[in-house]
Ligand binder design. Structure first.
Ligand SMILES: Nc1nc2c(ncn2[C@@H]2O[C@H](COP(=O)(O)OP(=O)(O)OP(=O)(O)O)[C@@H](O)[C@H]2O)c(=O)[nH]1
Length: 318
């Protein structure tokens, strides 16, 4: 590796890959680490063009990288997060990883002789462990973030996240004077269903109902589980007539839904309350209250129906 035997000994013991190229991309030197992980013979590769020796190299990117190192006379770095690996080297990680090749941090730096760049040195650091643990950590964080937003049983938004969405939509609607509607659903006689068929059956009904309602909403609507057998949907840019129309459609679909549980075919219904933002509403909770009053009205006047907050106001005015 070097005229100095001490340096050669050290370089050969390094746990880092060392590859030295001339300015025509020919391999001048490389160390044992590189040869072992490339499964190639140390001597065979010297003098070969790097692109012939490693056809997997991204040629244009590599040439640009080296040319900037030469022109700027400065070192350059490429982390595994930018590019998982440059060279298809094996790793010796005992624990199984998803990656077939060694994850690499690569450093490129110019070698000068008499003030003139004659070679480029590339150092390859094996960061397969870092990559593995970072990937696992990211996955866990993603799962945690999801668990923080999603109701475990029905897989729709949980109440906390749903209310945060409503808070944002409410502020936006107020600021830009846009429409905003809220639909609250409460399954009818759910206690009786639980008592008759058992809690597992009740759970299945909640799952299927949530799926059904989700499938009938638009992508921009936000749907969540508000409580036990209560669900709620936020409909941005929607007026009362539009929201009632959606609510009616959902109400009829739930009525027609047949849920199979073991050998039983279960049918249910839902009462629905609809409200839209009005100038008196100061906080998003006001909108929930109005939808809740409408929902109560739907329960009181027979269930399996839709009531709108405005209709109640009119009834009160009468
Ligand atoms: N299976 C199951 N049941 C639940 C869950 N959460 C709440 N419940 C039940 O839902 C039932 C709700 O009962 P109530 O509030 O009396 O309402 P209801 O029987 O639907 O009557 P109305 O709303 O008046 O039509 C209770 O028995 C709760 O135990 C759940 O996650 N799974």
């Amino acid at each position: 590796m070097s005229d100095n035997p001490l340096c050669t000994t050290i370089t050969e013991q390094l746990n880092t890959g060392v590859l030295i190229l001339d300015l025509n991309y020919n391999i001048v030197e490389w160390n044992r680490f590189f040869a072992i992980h490339a499964h190639l013979n140390l001597q065979d590769m010297v003098g070969k063009n790097v692109f012939t020796a490693f056809p997997e190299l991204p040629k244009r990117w590599f040439e640009r990288k080296l040319s900037s190192v030469i022109q700027l006379k400065t070192q350059s770095f490429c982390s595994w997060e930018q590019r998982h690996h440059l060279f298809e080297l094996s790793h010796s990680r005992p624990i199984t990883t998803d990656s077939h090749f060694m994850a690499q941090n690569c450093t490129f730096f110019p070698i000068e002789t008499n003030n003139e760049i004659t070679h480029i040195c590339i150092l390859i650091e094996d960061v397969t462990d870092v990559c593995h643990y970072q990937t696992r950590l990211n996955k866990t964080l993603e799962e945690l973030a999801k668990a923080n937003r999603i109701d475990g049983l029905t897989q729709v938004f949980n109440r906390k996240h749903w209310e945060e969405c409503l808070d944002k939509e409410f502020s936006r609607a107020r600021r830009y004077d846009h429409g905003l509607a809220l639909i609250m659903f409460d399954l009818d006689h759910f206690k009786l269903l639980n008592d008759t068929y058992g809690h597992q059956c009740g759970d299945q009904v909640l799952i299927k109902t949530a799926q059904k309602i989700s499938s009938l909403l638009r992508l921009c609507d936000q749907f969540g589980r508000y409580g036990g057998e209560e669900f709620a949907a936020i409909l941005p840019e929607t007026d009362l007539a539009g929201a009632v129309d959606v609510a009616e459609r959902i109400c009829r679909s739930i009525e027609e839904l047949v849920i199979e549980f073991q050998d039983k075919r279960i049918r249910i219904s839902t009462s629905v309350g609809v409200a839209t933002i009005n100038p008196d509403d100061k906080r998003y909770e006001d909108l929930i209250s109005n939808a809740d009053i409408a929902l109560y009205e739907a329960k009181e006047t027979g269930r399996n129906k839709v009531c709108a907050a405005k209709e109640i106001e009119l009834i009160l005015e009468d």
